[in-house]
Design a binder for this molecule. Structure first.
Ligand code: TEU
Ligand code: CA
Length: 537
């Protein structure tokens, strides 16, 4: 394990700062709150944290719209709070990965204010400005993920500007070398302050095709896009021209060159693409682009043993020498136990076996705050919604607030998150699952996850090994992980039925210490509902 870089097979705990802990009673989580809870995060046994954005922002997209790349938003604290956070993380042995939203800024970013002020100012070309067609309509059919055309009208310039998300998130023009350099300089700023890595938001959205060609429709019967909801017209197009342009590869190489000046740092890119696996392989191939590609495949609505096996099979064939970073939950999708767990009676057991799945795939893994508690999706009524995407597509799509509600630290009202009124309601079902209520129970999801992580961190095969899928085991998910000094059979039951299958390969010692109760009965491998078995070969 020593010889591998820490991020390879590492476990990353994602913190959404707005909802982690509020230290000053304004109802919004902040950096001092995060710092206070870092010992808890370290107690899970993870390698790193990933902090969602805490930069200056008008918060139209809750920090994914940045108005100052080098400043801490006053809602979250001041720069010294960030320094203290990094120092405490490092003291606890945690690496710090921060979000970088390079593709677009906030409308109120000085770059955009200058750019929109005239057609000939020094930053006139920093965003994507295009004249209307003769009939006044936008230049082409590109759509915004958050609804409607990707083009917004600006009356001063008499032109449209591009936005892949909200109209208040104008897209930077990466064809302009000054834009690229400015963003590299912003990243260097954070590296010099001790960041250990970056999660690159929408890393394949940096460039657009300058030909501005219309995107073609998705052919009938073909898979739609990474946005899972059929109700979003964005899914009707193939995104050939508005993202994933070939020029991006050279920029990724520039990013990597910068990172390589700072030893032991890492880049994990979020790639939303029609052909995600090909793109992930392309972006992480060799050692001069991204270190890791974040996978959307298990953030899907589709689930079950067949789906998971299909994902594993595709990645085994298609990722080449690239590296994936897996997640089952994040701040953009419904929490996994609800998204996948319809009809599941034993949600704590389900949450735990899903964690075993996450931690035994080949790749690194992200755990989203509260996932270690087995939290279900919170119910947020329309009146309390904050997410602009949720408000736009309600009620067909419930938006992203249900996964963004405050962490339940205690079981009292409000969950110990804030002394004030929380920015999103705390779900009362979350109180029963609070950290406090699980901490002293050895059988809780929280302690089960801790046990599993501690055990896993000492299994080189699980951290870094190759993966060989075993077919023909019915609903039991079986694969072998192989490192130089260890090989291990992984068998998982993500269903509520007992599964029995002939032992699928020669095994030696059955591993213990992870807390799961699969067993061997004669020549059979037996997996009770939501149980797993690990055995060395
Ligand atoms: O998400 C990119 C992205 O593709 C998402 O819009 C995703 O499709 C959607 O949220 C599915 O529910 C990143 C951030 O993770 C997200 O929070 C931001 O809103 C978005 O970029 C814009 O910066
Ligand atoms: Ca606060």
């Amino acid at each position: 394990i020593q010889s591998q870089p820490w991020w390879k097979g590492g476990i990353i705990y994602q913190i959404y700062p707005r909802s982690f802990l509020d230290s000053n009673g304004d109802g919004i989580g902040d950096l001092q709150g995060v710092t206070r809870k870092l010992p808890y995060v370290a107690s899970l046994g993870v390698d790193a944290i990933w902090l969602s954005p805490f930069f200056k922002s008008p918060m139209k997209d809750f920090g994914y719209d940045i108005s100052d790349y080098r400043g801490v938003d006053p809602i979250f604290g001041v720069m010294n709070d960030y320094r203290a956070l990094v120092a405490e993380a490092h003291r606890l042995g945690l690496k710090v990965i921060i979000d970088q939203v390079l593709s677009h800024t906030a409308e109120s970013h000085p770059w955009f204010e200058e750019s929109r002020s005239s057609r000939d100012n020094p930053k006139a070309d920093w965003f994507v400005w295009v004249d209307p067609k003769p009939d006044g309509t936008p230049p082409n059919n590109w759509l915004s993920i958050f609804g409607g055309s990707a083009w917004a009208w600006d009356s001063r310039r008499g032109q449209y500007y591009l936005h892949n998300f909200l109209a208040s998130q104008p897209d930077l023009n990466f064809h302009n070398a000054d834009v690229r350099q400015a963003q590299l300089d912003n990243m260097r700023f954070w590296l010099e302050l001790g960041a250990d890595g970056f999660r690159l938001d929408t890393v394949n959205f940096y460039y657009h095709s300058q030909g501005l060609e219309n995107n073609p429709a998705v052919p009938a019967g073909e898979n739609k896009t990474f946005v899972a909801k059929g109700m979003n017209p964005y899914t009707y197009q193939r995104h050939v021209y508005d993202l994933s342009q070939p020029e991006n590869l050279a920029f990724l190489e520039d990013l990597r060159e910068l990172m390589d000046e700072f030893p032991e740092t890492t880049l994990v890119g979020e790639i939303g693409d029609d052909r995600p696996l090909e793109r992930m392989a392309e972006y992480t191939r060799g050692s001069n682009r991204l270190h890791m590609a974040y996978s959307f495949d298990l953030l899907s609505d589709q689930h079950g043993p067949e789906w998971v096996r299909d994902v594993v099979r595709r990645f085994q064939k298609g990722l080449g020498d690239g590296w994936a970073c897996w997640a089952l939950s994040n701040h953009d999708v419904a929490r996994v136990v609800s998204r996948w767990g319809e009809g599941v009676e034993d949600l704590p057991a389900y949450a735990r076996v899903l964690m075993a799945l996450l931690l035994s795939l080949r790749g690194s893994a992200c755990i989203y705050q509260g996932e270690e508690l087995g939290l279900p999706e919170a119910w947020v009524p329309f009146e309390a919604l904050q997410d602009p995407y949720g408000i736009q597509f309600w009620p067909e799509f419930k938006g992203r607030d249900g996964c963004r509600t405050p962490m339940p630290w205690t079981s009292e009202d409000g969950g110990g998150f804030t002394a004030g009124t929380p920015w999103l309601p705390v779900d009362r079902h979350h109180l029963e699952l609070s950290v406090q209520s699980q901490e002293d129970n050895p059988d809780s999801t929280l302690n089960g996850v801790r046990r599993l992580i501690r055990w896993r961190q000492n299994q080189p095969a699980l951290v870094q090994g190759e993966l060989e899928l075993i077919e023909g085991t019915g609903d039991a998910l079986c694969w072998v992980r192989k490192a130089e000094n260890q090989s291990m059979l992984v068998a998982l039951n993500v269903t509520g039925r007992e599964l029995r299958t002939p032992v699928p390969c020669d095994i030696g010692r059955i591993a213990t210490g992870h807390g799961f109760a699969g067993y061997i009965d004669g020549g059979d491998l037996v997996l009770p509902p939501y149980q797993a078995l690990f055995a060395e070969l």
